[in-house]
Design a binder for this molecule. Structure first.
Ligand code: GDD
Ligand code: MG
Length: 361
């Protein structure tokens, strides 16, 4: 079985992290985002993943070659010369997607994280006999998503409306599809939107079905949602695989710590923290709702909360970093500084206080 992941563009909403690597390779809970998806696909028998990509293909390719060998799954890139939207890339990769057996294939948006009920989805798809299945979830604020209106009994979609201007319902497209190869006949290799052009027409033909996702779901393509997603993901680990979470007198709630991390005396870590490989946490540090990427050093008595700290950055002694601060790679915050809600581009030294959210170039 095959799958295509819409890797897409520049990941601008996740800058400055995406200035250092393509969004799918940015770690989420200590693992590149895309690996969460590839592993879930592999677990249901997908043996080839096609990455539909229009940005930094070399970086992706070299990372994935290593992963391919380790994991035993074929990963290829299908590269666009212009952005083809969310449908065009499927037409571009048509030859790769069609199998002799005529099996359906998965399509994923690359920036979503959830429990991936893919086996159930395959069963669901077989049972309804339609052309396409999409996973949906309920949200409070549906306007920034694709909204589906469905027949609650059968799951058949009556209407699909992308980014509705007025309320049509609160069940939204979760960004995971299982499509028959016949869907490819509805798409051309030009800029095309699966949400605006393809799904509405399949729905009109009465051949689009939805399966409602149970469990957590989040689009983690922007910092605030990334941290909400982290909380939901760690909570999911607590319920399903709690041995992966850290334990100890200094740990509060759900915390993920790479084995190589060094932690000093008298720290308070958690809840909802992910600490990547090679990080050094000196004594008396307080961390809550945050991600520290690989190689970060947090000096003694510093506080980090509600923030993401990029690779190989340093937080000075007794410094405070909080309120949705996002520090790029290799940022060095001097001792005792206050950083509130700032976005800091890579390779910066910060030696003054920033009390209001702003971008530090
Ligand atoms: N290859 C390629 N080329 N990929 C693209 C392109 C493109 O031109 N444009 C977007 N993508 C990828 C993005 O990288 C992402 O993985 C996916 O397509 C969806 O694009 P987003 O820009 O993240 O869309 P969205 O978040 O506003 O809305 C989509 O996701 C929602 C769920 O998070 C839609 O599918 C909504 O219907 C859905 O509810
Ligand atoms: Mg998105």
């Amino acid at each position: 079985m095959k799958a295509l992941i819409l890797v897409g563009g520049y990941g601008t909403r996740l800058r400055p992290l995406t200035l250092s690597k393509p969004k799918p390779l940015v770690e989420f809970a200590n693992k590149p985002m895309i690996l969460h998806q590839i592993e879930a696909l592999q677990a249901v028998g997908v043996n080839e993943v096609i990455l539909a990509i229009n940005y930094q293909p070399q970086v992706m390719q070299s990372f994935l070659e290593e992963f391919e060998m380790r994991q035993g799954i074929k990963i290829t890139c299908s590269q666009e010369t212009e952005p083809l939207g969310t449908a065009g890339p499927l037409a571009l990769a048509k030859e790769k997607l069609i199998e002799e057996s005529g099996e359906p294939f998965f399509v994923f948006n690359s920036d979503i994280i959830c429990e991936y009920p893919l086996r159930e989805m395959i069963e669901f798809h077989k049972a309804h006999g339609g052309e396409a299945s999409i996973l949906v979830t309920k949200v409070d604020e549906p306007s920034k998503y694709g909204v589906v209106v469905l027949d609650e009994e059968t799951g058949k979609v009556k209407k699909f409306v992308e980014k509705p201007a007025s309320f049509v319902g609160n069940k939204i497209n979760a960004g995971i599809y299982l499509l028959n190869t016949s869907v490819l006949d509805r798409i051309q290799p030009r800029p095309m939107s699966i949400e605006r052009e393809v799904f509405p027409s399949i729905a009109e033909d009465g051949r689009l079905y939805t399966m409602v996702l149970t469990g957590f779901w989040m689009d983690i393509g922007q910092p605030k949602d990334y941290l909400i997603g982290l909380r939901l993901y760690l909570d999911h680990l607590r319920r399903n695989s709690s041995s992966e979470l850290a334990v100890g007198p200094n740990i509060i709630g759900n915390v993920l710590i790479d084995d190589s991390v060094k932690i000093g005396e008298g720290c308070m870590i958690g809840p909802d923290v992910a600490i990547g490989p090679g990080c050094v946490i000196e004594s008396g540090v307080r961390l809550s709702l945050c991600t520290l990427m690989k190689g970060v050093r947090v000096k003694s008595s510093a506080h980090v909360s509600g923030s993401i700290i990029g690779w190989h950055s340093t937080i000075g002694q007794s410094a405070h970093v909080s309120s949705m601060a996002v520090l790029g790679e290799d940022v060095h915050v001097s001792d005792t500084m206050f950083l509130n809600g700032v976005v800091v581009l890579p390779h910066k030294e910060i030696a003054s206080h920033f009390v209001k959210p702003e971008i530090i170039m």
